[in-house]
Design a protein around this ligand. Structure first.
Ligand code: FAD
Length: 197
């Protein structure tokens, strides 16, 4: 089982980074085969430009995309860690999906059908929020987020979403509550994400 962690936060002292550290510790502890993609640290170019679209037509994507697609192809499970920004993903990660999960690589549309090409891969997602769990439940933000991201992106591409977990109101809660959240992440990694085979 090969894991690829796709981490998105600009600040190496952020709470999201603490989540990344907890995830890595659990993977290390399990002796798992894993690698990290750190989109900000790697200055990933998120802008899908016309030359990308042309390259898709001729089957010659740019080198950075070939490399990212190879890393996705080699992974059995993708673990995403990112904050909710405007009830979606940070723009750099949205741009990653625009450019990397391209037609012909991640999905295929023919006259008769649409099919995901990344079948067999699993996905786990850890998200931090500014909003409370009550706001997410009362206004349907959580359901909307899951519809658009878990279904609209990952299931559309054929992947199975094993876990999507919100860590709510991260900036507003106490340090102790945040530490409990990191413990929750560790437990979820052990119980749901790390597959021993
Ligand atoms: P940070 O701000 O980095 O950290 C939060 C706190 O955790 C800090 O006090 C930090 O010191 C502390 N911390 C760091 N490490 C640890 C550790 N190891 N143990 C304990 N504490 C630690 N929220 C929504 O709900 N919906 C939205 O639509 C939304 N839109 C946004 C749009 C933008 C552009 C931005 C910038 C924010 C938005 N937010 C939204 C809020 C955002 O989701 C939260 O600010 C974010 O999820 C918090 O995570 P962080 O890693 O950035 O936290």
């Amino acid at each position: 089982m090969k894991y690829r962690v796709i981490y998105t936060h600009p600040n190496p002292k952020s709470f999201n980074h603490a989540v990344l550290e907890a995830v890595m510790e659990e993977l290390e502890h399990a002796g798992a085969d894993y690698e990290i993609t750190d989109l900000y640290a790697e200055s990933f170019d998120p802008v899908l430009v016309n030359s990308d679209i042309e390259a898709l037509r001729t089957g010659t994507p740019s080198e950075d995309i070939v490399l990212e697609q190879k890393m996705v192809s080699e992974a059995d499970m993708l673990i995403f860690i990112f904050p909710v920004w405007w009830f979606s993903m940070p723009a750099i990660l949205k741009g990653y999906t625009d450019r990397v999960f391209s037609a012909g690589f991640a999905f295929e549309i023919t006259e008769k059908s649409v099919s995901g090409l990344l079948e067999g891969k699993k996905v786990a997602i850890f998200n931090t929020t500014g909003g409370s769990s009550e706001a997410y439940d009362n206004y349907g933000y959580g359901d909307a987020f899951r519809k658009c991201i878990c279904e609209g992106i990952f299931r559309f591409c054929g992947m199975e979403v094993l876990l999507q977990h919100f860590l709510y109101a991260v900036p507003a809660v106490t340090t102790e509550e945040r530490e409990k959240m990191l413990e929750e992440v560790r437990i979820l990694m052990r119980k749901t994400v790390i597959i021993n085979n």
